[in-house]
Design a binder for this molecule. Structure first.
Ligand code: ZN
Length: 435
């Protein structure tokens, strides 16, 4: 089969893929709290139903975050193949992070300037979602026989772990063969890069304890904040250099993430934050703090680890530091609890979805792709771990560094090119011999 006509058809959809990206960005699916999920899922489902997809809405009832005011509604759409060949599934998360400060334009307007669509979620990842929709629609419209099924899902909460999204669907068999065989997640990893997997992650909360007293006589109490300070100091002085020296053989991008890392995500200690402000005369007004020695302090740790480390080692290393403080520091006491963890994942380079996507990139862009791994996890973790489907990658338009930033954008030419790659890869995975 000659695929030139298919590629031309996609090239002619430049305005359509731009418009679809704009429309998706204008539905402000901000997470947290999970705004407008239902509206976005319905928008996508109604469009695909018109193209012949069987559309299912799956609300993650009982999952974290689901409520009547913020329903966690996912959409899964399937276009049946003609001959029972492999099913190719494109999974995109519909949630975006808050706009935040620093924008030079309205973040949910989907403004087009030159070759760029601007807005929160253009890059991460409504542009990728739009490209996958256009790729599938072009395949259907081309009239080619598609022996396998096409699936497109729009799922919630990826930014907060994906438990009500892909995690929920994986537990219910939505990503398990023989329903699905190959998964492409159009996260913004770059139009010429195939992302094979990601580093591991361990989130934990450490709490230090002390004893309350009047703040004017701190010697009568025992400050949990001081104890936490001692722990944080140890992390910076002893652990950080060790992590920096642990290099991975995986091709993580950016290269700065080819080591183990630790971020102190947040710290809360003592009194709740006081809501005072300064008035015009620079006098404090509102709720003022009262003097207390903190009896409790909590820090959330975000530890990213490499394939060469095990989760057990990663946990044991930090617990050993806390135990050492308990021995050496008067009054130090702590507790630690897991928030979540995922081990590193890497799809082999000879897996069908990797080979097909790489070949399509070479054809469309005229250059060899690079193979990378992601510093952070994404929904591939659920697909590999829960659904046990290994043939999964992330591939999509957009520049990863722009994700979650002000003035986020995606390049329109990358939307078109990646849609071409997705369509060609799909044909190969369905076993259609194409030139
Ligand atoms: Zn994303």
């Amino acid at each position: 089969m000659n695929t030139d006509a298919l590629l031309e058809r996609i090239a002619a959809k430049r305005e359509e893929v731009t418009a679809l990206t704009q429309e998706l960005v204008r539905i402000p699916t901000v997470n947290p709290p999970g705004d407008a999920y239902e509206a976005c899922a319905r928008f996508l489902g109604e469009r695909l139903a018109k193209r012949g997809f069987a559309v299912e809405y799956v609300r993650a009832e009982g999952a974290p975050g689901d409520s009547s005011s913020y329903p966690r509604t996912n959409v899964v759409a399937r276009y049946e193949g003609s001959a029972g060949a492999d099913c190719v599934h494109f999974n995109s998360h519909i949630d975006v992070v808050e706009a935040g400060p620093g924008w030079s334009m309205e973040p949910f307007a989907g403004i087009v300037r030159g070759d760029r669509v601007y807005g929160r979620g253009t890059c991460d990842m409504k542009g990728g979602l739009a490209a996958s929709v256009i790729a599938c629609e072009a395949l259907i419209e081309s009239g080619m026989a598609l022996p396998g099924a096409l699936e497109i899902s729009g799922t919630v909460d990826e930014e907060s772990g994906g438990f009500a999204g892909v995690g929920y669907l994986c537990e219910r068999g939505y990503f398990t063969p023989p329903k699905v065989h190959h998964v492409i997640i159009p996260e913004p990893l770059g139009v010429d890069r195939v992302c094979l997997g990601h580093r591991g992650v361990w989130w934990a909360e450490v709490e230090t304890r002390g004893r309350m007293a009047h703040g004017s006589m701190p010697f009568l109490g025992d400050s949990a904040i001081n104890h936490m300070g001692a722990f944080l100091h140890l992390l910076e002085r002893d652990l950080q250099p060790r992590l920096q020296s642990r290099h991975t053989a995986e091709p993580v991008e950016p290269p700065g993430a080819r080591v183990s890392t630790l971020n102190i995500n947040s710290i809360h200690g003592g009194q709740v934050e006081q809501r005072y402000a300064m008035d015009a005369l620079q006098r404090p007004t509102g709720d003022l703090p009262s003097p207390v020695v903190a009896h409790r302090c909590r820090a959330v740790l975000d530890r990213r680890f490499i394939a060469e480390e095990s989760l057990e080692q990663v946990k044991a290393e930090i617990i050993a530091m806390l135990d050492e403080l308990k021995q050496s520091r008067k009054g130090f006491d702590y507790s630690i609890r897991d928030i979540m963890s995922f081990i590193p994942t890497a799809t082999p380079k000879d897996a069908p979805v990797v080979v097909a996507t790489a070949r399509a990139i070479a054809r469309v862009l005229g250059r060899e792709p690079s193979f990378i791994a992601s510093p952070g996890t994404y929904d591939q973790k659920h697909i590999v771990r829960t659904a046990k489907l290994r043939d999964c990658i992330a591939y999509g338009p957009g520049i990863l560094d722009l994700a979650h930033q002000p003035d986020e954008y995606v390049e329109i030419s990358a939307l078109v090119d990646s849609a071409k790659v997705m369509a060609l890869a799909t044909l190969q995975l369905m076993g259609v011999t194409a030139r």
